[in-house]
Each structure stands twice: as C-alpha cells, then as structure tokens.
Unconditional design. Sequence first.
Length: 159
Amino acid sequence: MFTEADIDREMNQLKIIWIAMLGSIGIYVFVAINFGGEIKAPLDPSLLKTIRLVLYALSILTVVITKLIRSKIIASISVGSERTGVPREMIGQVLQKYRVANIVSFALCETIAIYGLLLFLMGGSATDLYILIALSALSMFLLRPRREELEELIGDGWT
C-alpha cells in the first residue's frame, strides 16, 4: 500500500534528479569558460551563422516538443475520477509515469544547453552560450516536479 511517505520519497528522488540535471548545465558553463579557449574550433562565419539559426530554431522547437510530450504523458496518467482519485492499486503506475514524464522533460531541456555549448565551441559568442543555457534552465524550472501536480493526478486514492 502507498502512503504519504511513498509520495514524499518519489518527490525527493525527482528533485535530486532535477537538481543534478540543472547542475550539469552549470558544468557546461564551467567547461566553456575555463576550457573553451583551448578547445574552441571556430568555423567559417557564414557557416556559423547558419548553424546558429538552426540551433536557435531547434532550441525553441525543443521547448515546444518537450511541453507536448510531457503533457501527453501526464494526460495518460489521469485514470481515476476527480471524486475518488486513482485506485490504490494503480498508484505505483501513476508514480512511474510521472517519473518518466519528468525525466524525459529534463533530458530534452538539457539538450538546449548542449546546443549552446556546441555553438560556443564552434566559434559562437559567449552570449549564444548564455542565452541557450538560460533557456534550458528556465525550461527545466518551469517543468520541475511539483507535489501539488502529483497529488492532483493521484486524487484521494492514497489518503
């Protein structure tokens, strides 16, 4: 049987994963600042301009796709009625799907930071790096795991 402690444990695990993924974004900035000069391989300016446009467009598309994928996974969780909530025997499945929705979202959001690092290493500016890093972190922040959301998905089935 699931208890409030199980919900707490799930949320704590998701928060640890979320913080680790945010931390990895910080590592990208650290690498770029401290080692970027040594490993940077500037490209032809016209090619770099094309790559910059593609990566910025891909970043925006990634945010939209991430939101859609997360919404689809979350929508597939809604199996109980609003009044009674999820049947107790299905709470494990709800937790599993909620975990998957969040981890997939984090991974997709992190790709935006990777685009920024790649662009920087191909000769892009630090501004390119910081814009894409910020977009990645903001996306992760907005799609962070929230206990209220999980409780709403479960309903009264676990109390």
